[in-house]
Design a protein around this ligand. Structure first.
Ligand code: GLA
Length: 376
């Protein structure tokens, strides 16, 4: 089964946009391996938009890789990526053109799926620009879903219609393994926060086999690259990564992996956070916003094996106390039980709580714990 747990990997778009080529992709794949990302669970290297010629081949009708960017073709790139023990992902679009105005797969779905399979592709991101005015988006995703299934290769189907057309209600039925449930992310705190908060009511739709995708991470970009804008602080990135993990979202890195280091590298490899993200039950968190002041969230998530994750998020622009009553999550005072907390940042025991937890958290930051129920 594909996408038993949320897919993990890297995608070229956030940093490189149209500025991609064989070297950029293979150097990022090399850095990916050197930094130990595969051991942490990351596996897909995905080339986003702008990889092809502007027009299809007139004779064969096929999409053709741009020889200036990919002089050895896509099978070569795919082989080099597979040699590193990684999986190879590509991009196309349900419309007539891709979002950056390259050929889309509309009405060429089966031929394109076959072409991608021939490249040795393991993952297809499928966008939503340039749809004919009367075309039905749901049907277009059904078509590519079947085209990939019949391509002769197992290809993970990553749908990307930005949360439109109530996609959460029908996308699983198309065979997709993940789907963008939001618009595009930009590398600033407000963009990330808007995306995260827009998901609260949709998280129940995310489950093994098909996960809600809150877009590629901007962690580690620090304002550099295509969606760079103002950039984020380390606290902002801790919060972004923590939210994605609490949400069981796909973890697709979008930074220049060659420059990923220090705190941010440790963050994206944090074993406890990844365990929360990759928990096989993929349960949505219970959400609580108790306490004074706005823009604070506490999420409580059941994990497999009798554990829980508890995340305190200060999404406001000032330092705050973030509080919650454990009764919100089902722990009653009469149970005789307490929740024991271990901080994912350093593994330290944080305390045992029976009813109420209040933690001081700097602006934009978070604290996340793995918890057990014990006798009070
Ligand atoms: C859309 C998608 C982005 C990216 C670009 C490429 O905006 O949502 O993730 O793939 O297209 O043009």
């Amino acid at each position: 089964m594909l996408a038993k747990t949320p897919p993990m990997g890297w995608n070229s778009w956030n940093t490189f946009g149209s500025d991609i080529n064989e070297d950029v992709i293979l150097e990022n794949a090399e850095a990916f391996v050197r930094l130990g990302l595969p051991e942490a669970g990351y596996e897909y290297i995905v080339i986003d938009d702008c990889w092809s010629m502007k027009e299809r081949d007139a004779k064969t009708g096929r999409i053709v890789p741009d020889p200036k960017k990919f002089p050895h073709g896509m099978k070569y790139v795919s082989d080099r990526i597979h040699e590193k023990g990684l999986k190879f992902g590509m991009y196309s679009c349900a419309g007539v053109r891709t979002c950056a105005d390259y050929p889309g797969s509309f009405d060429h779905e089966f031929l394109d799926a076959k072409t991608f399979a021939e490249y040795g592709c393991d993952y297809l991101k499928y966008d939503f620009c340039y749809m004919p005015e009367t075309a039905n988006g749901e049907l277009m995703y059904r078509r590519m879903g079947l085209a990939l299934k019949s391509s002769g290769r197992e290809i993970l189907f990553s749908a990307c219609n930005w949360g439109s057309d109530e996609v959460h209600k029908w996308i699983r039925s198309t065979g997709a393994h993940m789907y963008r449930s939001t618009g595009d992310i930009h590398d600033n705190f407000e963009s990330m926060k808007k995306i995260a908060l827009s998901q609260e009511k949709l998280l129940g739709y995310s489950a093994p086999g098909c996960f809600n995708d809150t877009d590629m991470l901007t962690v580690g970009m620090f304002g550099k690259g295509l969606v760079g804008t103002t950039g984020c602080t380390e606290a902002d990135y801790r919060t972004q990564f923590g939210l994605w993990c609490m949400f069981s979202a796909p973890l697709i890195l979008g930074c220049d992996v060659r420059k990923l280091s220090g705190e941010m590298l440790a963050l994206v490899k944090n074993k406890d956070l990844i365990r929360i993200d990759q928990d096989e039950e993929a349960r949505p968190p219970i959400e609580s916003h108790t306490g004074w002041g706005g823009d604070k969230r506490v999420y409580f998530k059941h994990l497999s094996g009798g554990e829980y994750a508890l995340g305190f998020f200060n999404l406001s622009d000032s330092d705050q106390r973030v509080q919650t009553n454990l009764t919100n999550f089902g722990l009653s005072a009469s149970s005789g039980l307490a929740l024991s907390l271990r901080d994912v940042a350093d593994g330290a025991h944080f305390g045992k709580f029976t009813d109420y937890i209040s933690i001081h958290i700097p602006a934009h930051d978070c604290r996340i714990f793995i918890c057990n129920l014990e006798n009070a």
